[in-house]
Design a protein around this ligand. Structure first.
Ligand code: AMP
Length: 278
């Protein structure tokens, strides 16, 4: 596995692969890798001849009161895991390699970002969209893989690639879960044992609510209120427990179009998100 810190070298590697006629798959990550990330790597490997992974804890997608400083970092272990997966190239931008000091361009995807996490994390999706656009332009992959764990983010990225004519195929990869149903997340490492035991209530309530809505689609509002209340009673601070259009992420109160359930809730100082098909 080649490890690259400068984007000029990344471009050169990309050009060599292109000349060899290899297709390229990209997997953007913030590191602290787990089986969810590795599922993306395997999907990229299945779709493309060469796999590049980026590892960058992107400061612009964290708010001033968020967890940038304590975001988990385990680069040695990440390199070991990616090497074992047969990843061809790991791009870990050196200091200063990602953003120009006086960078003044931001990618804003409207509409989708008005909902769900958008209002709770001002600026977050602009940070994500800008860094992902830069990574897609630096690597020019044939395909790029993103997890359905961050469903709204996946819709934002599909939209930005479409609207900016970025010719990569955006592949969504199903959520990888622990045996009890908790969605794998780098942030799960923050959870003390007692909170880890409670965290499973998010996926359990989403699953239960999805079943209730399927059985009685006229009761969506009541089911959502029930899901929120269950989490609050267990000690979560709930940002949202919502049924939303699977593409626009706008609230949905019927099943006229494909919809999903989404939850974001805080346990102690950790914010967890998950989603479930209806
Ligand atoms: P992150 O490092 O948290 O920014 O995540 C990098 C990529 O991995 C994103 O596309 C995430 O959606 C994806 N991802 C994170 N956790 C999971 C999971 N449990 N299942 C599937 N994909 C995931």
């Amino acid at each position: 596995m080649r490890i690259i810190g400068q984007h000029a070298d990344l471009r050169a590697a990309r050009r060599d692969w292109h000349e060899e006629g290899r297709s390229v798959g990209l997997v953007p990550t913030m590191g602290a890798l787990h089986e969810g990330h590795l599922a993306l790597v395997r999907r990229a490997r299945a779709a493309c001849g060469r796999v590049a992974v980026s590892l960058f804890v992107n400061p612009t997608q964290f708010g001033p009161n968020e967890d940038l400083a304590r975001y988990p970092r385990s680069p040695e272990e990440d390199m070991r895991l990616l090497g074992a997966e047969g990843v061809d190239l790991l791009y870990m931008p050196a200091d200063g390699d990602m953003y120009e000091k006086d960078a003044s361009t931001t990618v804003h995807v409207g509409g989708i970002t008005d909902h769900l996490c958008g209002p709770f994390r001002p600026g977050h999706f602009d940070g994500v969209a800008t860094v992902v656009a830069k990574l897609l332009l630096r690597v020019m992959p044939d395909a790029a893989c993103f997890g359905e764990k961050d469903w709204q983010q996946l819709q934002v990225i599909r939209r930005l690639a479409r609207d900016l004519d970025i010719p990569a195929r955006i592949i969504g990869v199903p959520v990888v879960r622990e045996a009890d149903g908790l969605a794998l997340s780098s942030r799960n490492r923050y959870l003390p044992q007692e909170e880890r035991a409670k965290a499973v209530l998010i996926s359990q309530n989403l699953k239960h609510a999805a079943e209730s809505i399927r059985a009685a689609p006229g009761n969506i509002g009541r089911v959502l209120a029930g899901g929120r209340e269950n989490l609050e009673k267990a000690g979560f601070r709930v940002d949202y427990f919502e049924c939303a259009d699977a593409e626009s992420c706008a609230p949905a109160r019927d099943l006229a179009r494909p919809a999903r359930l989404f939850a974001a809730a805080r346990l102690g100082s950790t914010r967890l998100i998950d989603n479930w098909p209806v």
